[in-house]
Design a protein around this ligand. Structure first.
Ligand SMILES: [Zn+2]
Length: 442
């Protein structure tokens, strides 16, 4: 058993070790000047004499930038991350899938630094990947992609390198990828602090961009990110319908549980990053979820009556419905520190456990993502509920990832599922599935 564990841990180190930057130099532009500079890379104190061979695991060697130690996200780093992945039910395959997904996302980053739901096939190597989506969602999918890189412990200061398996000689520096992504995102912020155009459903875009920027600031402590992140948070807080939730546009008077939940996730990350979020904002979100939750623990979309199957023509009518909003209600309560009565907590959890991740017409990436977040938060990795969910999640999510036999698609997920086929499509699908596989330490 111990040998097996050791093998798995070494396997992960090897998977994520990458190749240390030959120069070790950092560019000197403003995004490279976090207030707490990274310590020099290389062996940990006490592992004197350990010399690195590119891509070969060295026990005791630290291959991650330690700039984020002491922040709320230290669980994503190095050995903590490896131990938590193992403890939580991850394994060599899930970690390999995370890395393959990040490589695909790096390969399809736009030349301008953003990720583009429609235009990304222009970055393909050889045959186009296909399955493109809606350019109105570029800000949101860019935020989601950045969260996937941050979730694996990378920041813009990271200098580890990973070869691109599709293009011989090409090397990705995830730190550079994140830096360009951040710069693009910052270019999308307007004078009011909002991200992107005021398109039809812009609050999703803004919430995801805010969460990405908050975590990027929180993990790197880069001063240059602080003010944009603060402005983004103020925009989001101000956009809430007083005492209630959010919908697609600021203070529209309409509320829905989906947008509200994503806004809470963004503000929770902001709080963890040390950015100020009024308690009344979280109180409003909790009051919204209370107002739409039925006696049998179902959560409505726009009202208590609006439960059951949601139809979005040409997109979701072919797919089974899931209790995604129960997961969002649960994580809202949990992350904002509002105690749930035991019967309510059990009611939410039972709904999720009775609808474990499954493929075909039940494929629903956001349900798998938020269900994972809720069940892992509930009682940690030791609960039988999590273990059941986790095994089902891995069993369904891993085989759906494109493999090296699929050319440029390798590492990505097709967006043919309940929500992604007509929205963020392949970029969304890949980012959110990577995030799901990071649940153990994210
Ligand atoms: Zn491609």
């Amino acid at each position: 058993m111990e040998l097996c564990r050791a093998f798995l841990i070494l396997g992960w180190v090897s998977l994520f070790a990458g190749v240390l930057s030959a120069s070790g130099c950092r560019a000197s532009d403003d995004l490279e000047t976090p207030s707490r500079r990274s310590a020099p890379e290389g062996p940990l104190p006490g592992s004197a004499g350990a010399s690195h061979s590119p891509g070969v695991a060295q026990p005791g060697a630290r291959r991650w930038e330690p700039a984020q130690e002491g922040t709320s996200w230290a669980s994503r780093l190095g050995k903590k991350r490896e131990a938590l992945a193992l403890e939580g039910g991850g394994d060599e395959r899930s970690e390999a899938a995370v890395l393959a997904g990040l490589r695909w996302l790096a390969r399809h980053q736009g030349a301008d630094g953003g990720w583009h739901a429609k235009a990304f096939p222009g970055r393909c190597n050889g045959a186009k990947c296909g399955n493109w989506g809606d350019p109105d969602l570029d800000v949101g999918v860019t935020g989601l992609v950045m969260l996937a890189f941050l979730g694996a412990g990378f920041t813009h200061a990271s200098s580890v390198e990973f070869p691109d398996p599709e293009i011989p000689g090409r090397v990705f520096r995830f730190g550079e990828v994140l830096k360009k992504g951040q710069q693009w995102l910052l270019s999308q912020q307007d004078r009011e602090g909002g991200f992107g155009a005021r398109s039809e459903k812009y609050m999703y875009n803004h919430a995801l961009a805010t969460q990405a920027l908050a975590e990027a600031f929180g993990m790197s402590r880069a001063e240059v990110l602080k003010t944009p992140a603060e402005r983004a948070v103020i925009f989001l807080v101000t956009a809430q319908n007083p005492g209630k939730g959010w919908r697609y546009a600021a203070r529209s008077g309409d509320n829905d549980s989906s947008v509200t939940g994503w806004c809470v996730l963004a503000l929770r990350s902001a709080g963890l990053a040390g950015l100020s979020v009024p308690q009344s904002t979280f109180d409003g979100a909790n009051a919204w979820f209370d107002s739409v939750t039925t006696d049998d623990h179902d959560v409505g979309y726009t009202s208590k009556e609006a439960t059951g199957h949601v139809i979005i023509p040409w997109n979701s009518e072919r797919w089974a419905d899931h209790d995604t909003l129960c997961a969002l209600a649960f994580v809202t309560k949990f992350f904002t520190g509002q105690a749930l009565p035991d019967a309510r907590r059990k009611g939410f959890i039972e709904r999720l456990v009775h609808d474990l991740p499954a493929g075909k017409d039940k494929t629903d990436y956001v349900y798998w993502n938020l269900g994972s977040l809720a069940l892992f938060a509930n009682q940690g990795s030791k609960s039988s509920e999590w273990q059941k969910w986790n095994e089902a999640m891995k069993m369904v999510i891993l085989p759906l990832q494109a493999s090296s036999r699929d050319g440029c698609k390798a590492g990505s997920w097709d967006g043919s599922e309940r929500w992604g086929s007509g929205g963020g499509a392949r970029i969304y699908a890949t980012a959110i599935n990577v995030l799901t596989l990071e649940t153990y330490y994210r």
